[in-house]
Design a protein around this ligand. Structure first.
Ligand code: PLP
Length: 382
């Protein structure tokens, strides 16, 4: 009913997955490198269930989510694909046995970022026949979660002695892999590789080792190991305008609405709250029912443009909660009901999440995640 919607194009998602695979393969033609598709935060605003289903069809090996709620929701739909939960476990004091049994039941793969978590999982996994699969997270410089690389060797040896865990994987996360200056990323990788070498000497090797997020997939083949974890690339954007090699991608989401009202205003008349735009001459103004309540940032006020029938028009006056206004000029050919592209790509013309992010002083991730729940996601599959 509401003309404002986010069109999610599976053909573009498939294109991006293909591009990522091609890129990885061109770097290491002989190595089998798994892909963990990152679908946390509602698949960066694209819809976690629909995107995950499609990614599994497209041959993605793992799905990565931020927390156990996302994982449990997803498991109902995706019976087999491993789901790795990047976040920490809550050491529930209420009913820990029940809590861990729910995680077992949903066949989830946990991130272990502390010896405490490992012991907790181990203790409550005793009664299960299957060991609990875990990936150990090492903090090599992100300083978010993980075993500090300095003491990680000892902690990991302690964890390895626990009987009810299967140490399937080990991983790290980059703090600035999108930066053309790779010195910090190289340092992080060096710390990780030294730890892996020490563990190997002690007889401990992990079946799955991973580090590369989108920036590193694009630019740091030495960080691939045998799995990569792209998020943003899947959705059609390269992280950071700063990165060196860019993969050709297609934005999966087109945020769209329709022109629903047109009027003429006189020279000197203002538009919208705070009167931040005043007409220099008589102009026609179109109103489009999208605003910051839909995730179209108020910071875009007077600074963005929209696309209608393959032509760009400036957005004018303050972005309101439910509406924006656009300047159509002194004559216009568009009609009520014509489609308006706010973010995405149409007929080869782009209003990228990265372009809008730059105007707002943020990153494309946030522009995508900001698209509100009230915006209907429409899936195109052809
Ligand atoms: C642990 C982890 N891996 C991978 C990613 C994917 O990052 P990107 O979207 O930059 O590829 C994220 C997202 O921030 C993450 O938290």
């Amino acid at each position: 009913m509401n003309p404002t919607r986010a069109e999610i194009d599976f053909a573009k998602l498939a294109f991006n997955v293909g591009q990522i695979k091609k890129h990885i393969h061109s770097e290491y033609p002989k190595r089998k490198i798994k892909i963990c598709g990152v679908v946390k935060a509602n698949a960066y605003g694209h819809g976690i269930e629909e995107i995950s289903k499609k990614l599994v069809e497209l041959g993605v090996d793992f799905l990565g989510v931020a927390n156990y709620d996302e994982a449990i929701r997803l498991r109902r739909l995706i019976p087999d694909t491993p789901i790795l939960v990047f976040g920490t476990l809550i050491h529930s004091k209420l009913e820990p046995a029940k809590y861990v049994s729910i995680l077992h039941q949903h066949n989830l793969t946990a991130t272990v970022a502390s010896v405490g978590t490992a012991k907790f999982l181990d203790k409550y996994s005793r009664k299960f026949r299957r060991k609990f699969k875990v990936h150990i997270k090492v903090d090599t410089g992100m300083r978010r979660i993980g075993l500090d690389y300095k003491g990680a060797f000892r902690s990991i040896m302690q964890i390895a002695a626990l009987k009810n865990l299967e140490l399937e994987g080990i991983f790290m996360h980059f703090a600035e892999s999108e930066n053309r200056n790779r010195s910090f990323s190289r340092l992080q990788l060096k710390r990780f590789k030294m730890l892996l070498a020490d563990l190997k000497k002690a007889g401990l090797e992990f079946p799955i080792v991973h580090a590369a997020n989108s920036g590193a997939v694009a630019d740091m083949k030495e960080s691939y190991f045998n799995m990569v974890r792209p998020g943003l690339l899947l959705y059609g954007y390269n992280p950071g305008s700063n990165s060196k090699s860019r993969i050709e991608l297609k934005p999966v989401m087109n945020l769209k609405s329709k022109v629903t009202f047109i009027k003429r205003i006189d020279k000197g008349e203002s538009v919208s709250y705070g009167r931040m735009y005043t007409a220099k001459k008589p102009v026609f103004v179109g109103s489009v029912p999208i605003g910051y309540g839909d995730g179209y940032w108020r910071l875009l006020t007077n600074r963005s443009k929209v696309l209608i029938n393959e032509k760009f028009y400036p957005q004018i006056g303050a972005v309101t909660m439910d509406w924006i206004m656009i300047e159509l000029g002194s004559r216009y050919s568009i009609k009520i009901g014509d489609d308006v592209l706010l973010m995405g790509q149409d007929s080869g013309l782009t209003i990228g999440a990265d372009m809008l992010a730059e105007i707002c002083g943020t990153i494309p991730y946030e522009m995508l995640c900001a698209v509100a729940d009230r915006v209907e996601r429409v899936y195109l599959d052809n």
